[in-house]
Design a protein around this ligand. Structure first.
Ligand code: RNT
Ligand code: ZN
Length: 420
């Protein structure tokens, strides 16, 4: 029997097992097909970008590892991404940072324009990808002291406000050209290493700066604003201006999206438990699915309990269209293409697993106070043949089944990445 035949045969059996629980596996796959994941461009080059040769500086974030073969140019990054998308079932998006521009000369951050991203748009169009965007408030001399939009110096604040405004225009252009709204996420590093005396003034400055950036209304058909809070960074351990509480209030009061990054909270706090709380007050939100290990370490996303829980919190209430799913990690210690593939396939597997759940039945157990059945069912579900449905889904999408993709990455590494 060929591999395709055995995948199909196994699927027919799995389909019956799920049908016995009242679950239509074909429908689950149809739902998964509609979900787009926004892949973060910065996994490919350790958040380096193409503005300068210095790479990631400041911002309180760090890519660790020196695995050979990182993309040095936008063409190399796109070539890596072509391979990545060919190994992931479905139609997805790319999340760009402002420093990934191709200007051919030095252009100040407050002067960047849509034309500097023309190659990205052409490439996205050719591949049927949507684009998302991020202003870059780090790796820059004007961010060297750890402050940007909340900087005490009004000139520096103005510069970064102008950068934010320029980025929204680029985002709007992306949305218009690609026919899908571009989510632009504002994350700033601002904070103090040691305990501040005044926590109010920086937060008030940030609030005013954000209002200035978002002042111009842009059609939500093309562009959506989002803001991302954080608990601490390297060098901002004691105080971060844009904390979660700050942005929760800001997002709700200004009607912009809130971004939850899995690595931006206390180590035992999880974003899966925050999604439903935020969604009571927000129309849409953005996730930065990541994996913190002891700190905001941005490890590759694995299929762990928290990832499954995040997927359940998106799927169970039917939030797949209201929650934008982005990935955010940067591991430089393994093949960077593989890092993308592993994390994205895991995100999709987690979603599929949530889509293969008899949620109505579980809900009724809960409402009836039958917690015995709720626990029993949840535990039995863990060993249902989700992976068989996943294999079939990959087969039908024309992408590698199981570990097949790894050989392709190894081949690409030998032929392309190792020559860099
Ligand atoms: C930093 C934030 C932010 C960045 C990217 C590169 O802690 O998570 O989203 O990772 O902007
Ligand atoms: Zn993030």
């Amino acid at each position: 029997m060929s591999q395709a035949q055995s995948v199909e045969k196994a699927y027919e059996l799995a389909k019956q097992r799920y049908a016995a629980l009242g679950i239509d596996t074909d429908k689950a796959m149809e739902s998964l097909r509609k979900v787009s994941i926004s892949l973060h461009c910065w996994q490919g080059d350790d958040v380096g970008g193409f503005e300068s040769s210095e790479g990631l500086t400041g911002g309180g974030i760090q890519a660790t590892g020196n695995y050979p073969g990182k993309a040095r140019t936008a063409d190399e990054l796109r070539s890596d991404l072509d391979l990545v998308y060919s190994m992931i079932p479905g139609k997805h998006r790319l999340n760009l940072h402002a420093i990934y521009l191709e200007a051919g000369k030095k252009v100040e951050r407050n002067e960047i324009k849509p034309e500097h991203f023309k190659n990205w748009v052409d490439w996205a169009k050719a591949n049927g990808l949507g684009l998302d965007f991020n202003p870059t408030f780090f790796s820059h001399p004007k961010a060297d002291d750890g402050f940007t939009l909340a900087h005490p110096d009004s000139g520096i604040r103005k510069f970064w406000i102008e950068h934010g405004i320029a980025c929204r225009k680029i985002s709007e252009a992306f949305g218009k050209q690609l026919g899908t709204p571009c989510v632009t996420n504002v994350w700033i590093p601002d904070g103090y290493k040691d305990i501040p005396v005044d926590r109010v003034a920086p937060r008030e400055r940030l609030c005013q700066a954000l209002d200035a950036i978002f002042a111009e209304k842009i059609d939500q058909k093309y562009h959506l604003d989002s803001v991302e809070g954080k608990l601490f960074g390297i060098g901002s351990e004691s105080f971060v201006v844009g904390s979660h509480d700050f942005y929760l209030g800001y997002a709700v009061s200004r009607n912009v999206l809130l971004t939850l990054d899995a690595g931006h909270f206390h180590p035992t706090e999880v974003i899966s438990n925050k999604i439903s709380a935020v969604m009571c007050f927000a129309k849409e939100m953005l996730l930065h699915v990541s994996r913190p290990v002891r700190w905001d370490s941005d490890h590759v996303v694995i299929l762990d309990d928290e990832l499954l829980a995040i997927a359940q919190e998106i799927v169970r209430p039917g939030y797949t269209e209201r929650i934008h799913i982005g990935l955010d990690y940067f591991d430089a210690s393994i093949n960077r293409v593989a890092a993308w593939v592993i994390g994205t396939r895991n995100m999709l597997k987690a979603l599929l697993s949530a889509m293969l759940e008899p949620t109505d039945k579980l809900r009724s157990y809960e409402l009836d106070g039958d917690f015995t059945s709720r626990l029993a069912m949840l535990e039995e579900l863990k060993s249902m043949p989700m992976s068989t449905v996943w294999d079939y889904y990959c087969l039908k999408a024309g992408v590698p089944v199981g570990c097949e993709w790894l050989a392709k990455v190894k081949d690409y590494e030998a032929k392309v990445q190792s020559k860099r």
